[in-house]
Design a protein around this ligand. Structure first.
Ligand SMILES: Nc1nc2c(ncn2[C@@H]2O[C@H](COP(=O)(O)OP(=O)(O)OP(=O)(O)O)[C@@H](O)[C@H]2O)c(=O)[nH]1
Ligand SMILES: [Mg+2]
Length: 489
């Protein structure tokens, strides 16, 4: 197919910017680090902790440049992209440290610039600019839509909604769908109702009891500033895959809006943001998926394969030259490892490694360097051995939030409780087959563990002296070493 005029214009725009980025880079090396993950994976907390640690002197023994004292200073600077909201670091850090609350959910892309003054191994003084871009992982899962017609997408979405636990959740939407006549006159109210029920179904799948991950289109659950616009007011229809919509029909209306979604949402994201990233960390809330069971885990695996597909630089037919990524390192990080006893951290890492490996195989992926880590950007718990009858069990201590409750017991938000973390199986396969069910955290002894998480408040920091204390973490320094260590040689 010959390139369309809009492709040519886009390409020109892109090369102009690439040239600009390149020139800028010669004088001022810049790394654009993408931080992504599905909703609630821990992106905001990760970025806040990373910046706090780098600018306020965190404890990062494994991050070599930092630990050896070669980093003189790290400071925030105005971020360079005028059309992207700034990551609200100051508010997030205040919420975490002063209010001891977790930051609010964020629904849009945001960016922050950190400038690091450091000394090279040979003694020369240098500066590295780190642009950190926070964006929802759901947006990556929209990539395949670019290559799919409305009819194909409808058929696949419908088939998926008839599988496993999804069937029940989709019932209200299916009922409405059965009343629609795609070939008849377009009808805004029907489209609105359908989009709303379809979105309700996606939201229900994401609920923590099911913890489904694969829920495109990504903006339906995080519309940002597009909420209510026609580009988000469509839903799958039960139409033949190779059919053509009659003019003026509901079907044609849905096709138009689906195409608009690709044009105003999906393509600009890949072109303007994704294609410019150098490094990527993908945060994964694996524990929630374990809690929800093997279905959720397989769903997560499929979502990771979808995400990896976006990082294939060479052969992917979906990624045009226009938004081919240049990412050369990808870190998959299982977050919230502070919910587990340290004896399970390596197991959590092994399970994520197994999940990613399958995804890598499926995406026939072999381009960038990939690593895996289990971490807690902010460690909200401590460990102890707690007596249970005659036994002493490894347990973790944390302060559940006041609105949290377990086993009918309410918490006041200030009292520390001991919990017995679920044991992860040594063999990752057990989780996928459902044999080694993971029982999450419970304040009850293991034999009557319940299936849900306690949400611990962020840690109480020791404010002795005037210095702001460092936030405790697990393996955040290992993540930093992999992501930017080589740029600070
Ligand atoms: N214990 C613990 N909980 C964490 C940690 N990181 C995140 N959480 C929990 O996970 C929730 C989501 O974290 P966020 O950083 O807001 O996640 P996000 O990916 O930015 O979420 P959205 O903005 O909603 O997409 C928080 O409210 C915390 O309850 C961590 O390091 N330790
Ligand atoms: Mg967020």
């Amino acid at each position: 197919m010959p390139p369309s005029l809009s492709d040519i214009v886009e390409e020109a725009r892109l090369s102009a910017r690439a040239l600009w980025d390149y020139g800028d880079n010669l004088f001022n090396p810049t790394v654009r680090l993408g931080v992504t993950g599905l909703s609630r994976a821990g992106k905001t907390v990760f970025i806040t902790a990373l910046i706090h640690g780098l600018t306020r002197g965190g404890r990062f023994p494994v991050f070599e440049a930092f630990a050896s004292g070669r980093i003189a200073r790290a400071r925030l600077e105005p971020q360079p992209d005028d059309a992207v909201p700034r990551f609200d670091y100051e508010t997030h850090v205040r919420t975490l440290i002063e209010d001891r609350r977790w930051p609010n959910s964020t629904v849009d892309i945001s960016e922050l610039r950190l400038v690091i003054d450091y000394q090279r191994h040979n003694g020369a003084d240098r500066t590295l600019t780190l642009d950190i871009v926070d964006y929802p992982g759901e947006w990556l899962l929209d990539l395949p839509l670019l290559a799919k017609s409305f009819e194909q997408w409808s058929a696949e979405s419908l088939a998926l909604s008839r599988q496993g636990p999804r069937t029940k959740l989709a019932a209200p939407w299916h009922a409405q769908l059965a009343t629609l006549k795609p070939g008849e006159r377009e009808d805004e109210q029907a489209a609105l109702a359908s989009a709303r029920l379809f979105t309700d179904y996606l939201r229900a799948c994401r609920d923590e009891r099911f913890a489904m991950s694969l829920l495109p289109p990504g903006r339906f659950l995080m519309p940002g500033n597009l909420a209510g616009s026609p580009a988000l007011t469509f839903a799958p229809l039960d139409v033949p895959v190779d059919g053509t919509a009659p003019e003026g029909s509901l079907w044609a209306m849905m096709v138009r809006r689906y195409e608009a979604y690709k044009h105003v949402v999906v393509r600009p994201f890949f072109r303007d943001h994704f294609a410019r990233l150098d490094r990527q960390v993908v945060l994964v809330d694996a524990l929630s998926a374990f809690n929800a069971g093997p279905e959720a885990l397989r769903d997560l695996e499929a979502a990771l394969a979808g995400i990896l597909e976006c990082f294939r630089t060479g052969r992917s037919s979906l990624l045009s030259n226009l938004f081919r990524p240049r990412i050369d390192r990808i870190l998959f990080a299982a977050t919230k490892a502070d919910h587990l006893h340290q004896s399970s951290h390596d197991r959590l890492e092994a399970i994520l490694r197994r999940t990613v490996a399958t995804a890598v195989k499926r995406a026939e992926y072999a381009e960038a360097e990939i690593d895996v880590v289990a971490l807690a950007a902010v460690r909200a718990t401590r460990e102890a051995m707690v007596a249970r009858g005659r036994d002493k069990l490894p347990s973790i201590l944390g302060t559940p939030a006041a609105d949290d409750r377990a086993d009918g017991e309410a918490f006041d938000g200030n009292t520390e409780v001991a919990t017995f973390p679920g044991d992860l199986p040594a063999n990752p396969e057990e989780l996928f087959s459902g044999e080694g069910a993971f029982h999450g955290l419970s304040s009850a002894p293991p034999e009557k563990a319940d299936f849900r998480f306690l949400r611990f408040r962020p840690p109480l920091l020791d404010h002795q002296g005037s210095e702001a204390p460092a936030l405790p973490h697990i393996r955040l320094d290992r993540a930093l070493q992999f992501l930017i260590g080589d740029k600070l040689q």
